[in-house]
Design a protein around this ligand. Structure first.
Ligand SMILES: NC(=O)c1ccc[n+]([C@@H]2O[C@H](COP(=O)([O-])OP(=O)(O)OC[C@H]3O[C@@H](n4cnc5c(N)ncnc54)[C@H](O)[C@@H]3O)[C@@H](O)[C@H]2O)c1
Length: 309
């Protein structure tokens, strides 16, 4: 495991599920961890510091260093306090893992404004707010002449990159997070900050009701949330300083560095298109029509497949 001792990490939504796995793995690698979690329901209602405190206790029980934080990442000022918490308690910040999330699934025709706003706020604004405050800190250090080797690791989703029915709010936020990652990686490289993102699959309260992800009676468990965290630890190593702007789809032991939007099919008219001609060209190129394959098909294609083989 890469040695992360001396580094300080914030993991948002680290009281449960995948974030808890990240916090434990980062602590095991030697990092000090701010375990942030608002502690609400899956829909993002209520607050409870005890999940974060429990993870801190788990880290301390094996000799690690951690502190609990109950800020709401969707609150811009709260996100600033979270970054300051790391600086006040541990004196520095090296790693920000944006992981906190909620679900309010509904078919588009029935979705309420609240269901849309809450999901966009926690995921999309929740990524912006923490990253904005951390990045300002790292830029200050870089401008003062320090050698910064900082990490932002975001959390997208197969729903965002492949598209899942019933999740226009969540998938739009998660696709936005993948785009945010690419742009932030380009902007922050000059300050020594890498920005990557994950599109994980694991058995947590977020997935266990919808998907059949039962644990095997014995042997390795492909849906254990702990399977996601080695990607985080690897990306946090100093040796990963030149790996940035990537979105990693993780399914059991298969980690795909996804390809972003590509040029795809080209329809070209030298002097601009006439709509009739363009429609005819579409129909010729797509004789059977064309539509998204959906999330499960996308995940199956990604799992274990590489363009390099
Ligand atoms: N489980 C999967 O298969 C899967 C798939 C794709 C993406 N994800 C993403 O992974 C991340 C972790 O999800 P999980 O499956 O571990 O779910 P989870 O519900 O177990 O954990 C999410 C945690 O985030 C916390 N949280 C929610 N809103 C918050 C806020 N405003 N501020 C601070 N903390 C907040 C919750 O209290 C919770 O403990 C999420 O971003 C989720 O969308 C998970």
């Amino acid at each position: 495991m890469p040695d992360l001792s001396g580094k300080v990490a914030i993991v948002t939504g680290a009281g449960r599920g995948i974030g808890r796995g990240h916090a434990l793995a980062l602590a095991e690698a030697g990092a000090k961890v701010v375990v942030n979690d608002l502690g609400g329901s899956l829909a993002g209602e209520g607050a409870d510091l005890s999940p974060a405190q429990q993870v801190v206790a788990e880290i301390e029980a094996v000799g690690g260093d951690a502190v609990a934080d109950g800020e709401n990442v969707a609150d811009f000022a709260g996100a600033g306090r979270l970054v300051q918490h790391a600086l006040d308690d541990f004196g520095r910040l090296d790693i920000l893992v944006n992981n906190a999330g909620i679900l309010r699934d509904r078919m588009l025709v029935n979705m309420t404004e609240d269901e849309w706003d809450a999901v966009i706020a926690v995921h999309l604004k929740g990524h912006f707010a923490t990253t904005r405050h951390a990045a300002a800190h790292w830029r200050e250090l870089s401008k003062a002449g320090d050698e910064v080797r900082a990490r932002v690791i975001n959390t997208s989703s197969p729903s965002g990159v492949f598209g899942n029915i019933g999740q226009t709010n969540y998938g739009a936020a998660k696709a936005g997070i993948a785009a945010f990652t690419i742009i932030a990686a380009q902007e922050l490289a000059r300050y020594g900050v890498t920005v990557n993102c994950l599109a994980p699959n694991a058995r947590t309260r977020m997935t266990e009701e919808t998907f059949d992800m039962g644990a095997p009676a014995e042997g390795w468990d492909p849906h254990d949330p702990a399977n996601i965290s080695p990607v985080v630890v690897a990306l946090c190593a100093d040796e990963a300083q030149n790996i940035t702007g990537q979105c990693f789809h993780i399914w059991g032991g298969a980690v795909n560095a996804l390809q972003p939007w590509e040029a795809g099919e080209l329809f070209q008219a030298e002097q601009g298109w006439d709509a009739d001609d363009l429609l005819a060209a579409f129909r010729e190129r797509f004789p059977d029509g064309v539509a998204p394959a959906g999330m499960v098909a996308g995940m199956q294609k990604a799992g274990g497949r590489s363009l390099a083989t």
